[in-house]
Design a binder for this molecule. Structure first.
Ligand SMILES: Nc1ncnc2c1ncn2[C@@H]1O[C@H](COP(=O)(O)OP(=O)(O)O)[C@@H](O)[C@H]1O
Ligand SMILES: [Mg+2]
Length: 395
């Protein structure tokens, strides 16, 4: 996917701006607080109708404004241009999404149009954070690669699990009061468990298939980024490897009733990363962990392309402060070989000036709050080129 035109209104400190990005590499540079991350926020909002920094919409909307809007012209090679508009208002928790004149009701439909991969300081939590983060990462891939099968299954799984947990809570409350109610709940659980087993096995199967495709791509990308032998990824399905899920549920039912929730199942799935058999987070340096996360994200973009013929857009926030020069260069080299559209922010644009091949289309934007600023950039093997500035207009 490529964003051909981006228009932003009232997102964080961006009052009104229009840019026509390069289909390949876009560098946004400027002082701290100039609005670089805000531009990435705007693109993220266009792809997912939410912020990557906050669950609330208020911090994203420019101070004292009632709503924010982002509009993009987006196309993937060989198909028609899509006009996507996303608007979020202070007074309304809902969003307004329009794609080529049609209102969309779900963000999952929107996400299909503009698949994004974000690399920022928070994404380095992927390995250190809870399994939920890695599950979401895995499900991004399953969703984008096996969309049609995955969404209805995933919804069915959530619904069944919710029902089961509510029965378990009910069972926990009744266990000390009324034995016959508890018996009834056990009987009802049997019915839900049959449904849950079906949905769980299917979700697991899709996740496993995807994981098996991702792992070799990850190792290849990691090898291009750094020399880290001994890293091994494994997928945990949420229950043990030996027994069937039906057996696990049946054996654990009393414990589940006592605690009022389901202990095992695909809601516990995880990707485990080990180095020579030891958890990667206990043995790797922070810099090495970052490289592993970058390799996971790049591999996901690469696999998405291999499986669907579509590219995702990469948003990379403040790359120079995250990686040292040789690794930064290696990451940029992989990004440009992938031919994806990339938006990278940095403070000093010279930090990225030697990272690109002469033939790659690089656009440089100087983000300077509220002003139009042009300056000249020299790249090795290139002619002097004019940096485009963000057109930040005051009304
Ligand atoms: N809702 C908001 N309304 C107005 N300004 C905001 C809002 N949220 C953040 N800002 C300001 O926007 C500026 C740009 O932030 P940011 O995009 O994170 O800068 P950077 O260029 O360092 O990435 C900061 O000065 C920040 O305080
Ligand atoms: Mg920033």
């Amino acid at each position: 996917m490529t964003i051909h035109k981006l228009m932003v209104k009232d997102i964080r400190n961006l009052e009104s701006l229009t840019i026509q990005p390069s289909p390949f590499i876009n560098i946004l540079y400027g002082l701290n607080g100039s609005g670089k991350t805000s531009v990435l926020e705007a693109i993220y909002l266009l792809g997912l109708a939410r912020s990557f920094r906050s669950n609330r919409v208020k911090p994203v909307i420019r101070r004292d404004q009632p709503k924010c809007t982002v509009f993009g012209q987006v196309r993937h090679s060989g198909s028609a241009m899509l006009n996507i508009g996303v608007s979020r208002a202070l007074q309304d928790e809902n969003f307004q999404i329009r794609v080529s004149g049609e209102n969309l009701r779900s963000t999952s439909e929107l996400a299909q149009h503009l698949p994004l991969q974000l690399i920022n300081p928070d994404t380095f939590q992927l390995l250190e954070g809870s399994p939920k983060e890695r599950r979401q990462f895995l499900d991004w891939g399953v969703f984008h690669v096996k969309q049609r099968d995955f969404i209805p299954l995933w919804k069915r799984l959530q619904k069944t699990l919710k029902q089961r947990n509510s029965l378990l809570r009910h069972g926990r409350m009744s266990s000390s009061i009324n034995r016959s109610v508890l018996g009834q709940i056990r009987a009802e659980l049997l019915v839900w468990d049959a449904e849950l087993v079906k949905a769980s096995e299917s979700v697991h199967q899709l996740r496993q298939e995807y994981f098996e495709q991702l792992a070799p791509v990850f190792h290849e990308v990691l090898g291009q980024l750094t020399n880290l032998e001994g890293i091994k990824l494994s997928y945990y399905r949420g229950w043990d490897r030996v027994r069937s899920f039906a057996e696990v549920l049946a054996e654990g039912v009393e414990r589940d009733i006592q605690s009022g929730f389901s202990h095992s199942g695909p809601q516990r799935a995880d990707i485990r990363v080990k180095m020579d058999g030891i958890n990667a987070i206990d043995i790797l340096s922070r810099g090495q962990l970052k490289l592993v996360v970058c390799a996971l994200k790049l591999a996901q973009g690469l696999l998405f392309y291999q499986k669907t013929g579509k590219q995702c857009v990469f948003l990379v926030d403040d790359l120079p402060s995250e990686l040292d020069a040789p690794h930064r260069k290696a990451l940029c080299s992989i990004l440009q070989n992938m031919k994806s559209q990339v938006f990278i922010t940095c403070v000093e644009q010279s930090a990225l000036s030697d990272c690109w091949l002469p033939e790659v289309n690089v656009k440089v934007f100087h983000v300077k709050q509220g002003r139009l600023e042009a300056n000249e950039q020299i790249y090795p093997g290139r002619e002097i080129r004019q940096a485009e500035s963000l057109e930040i207009e005051h009304e």
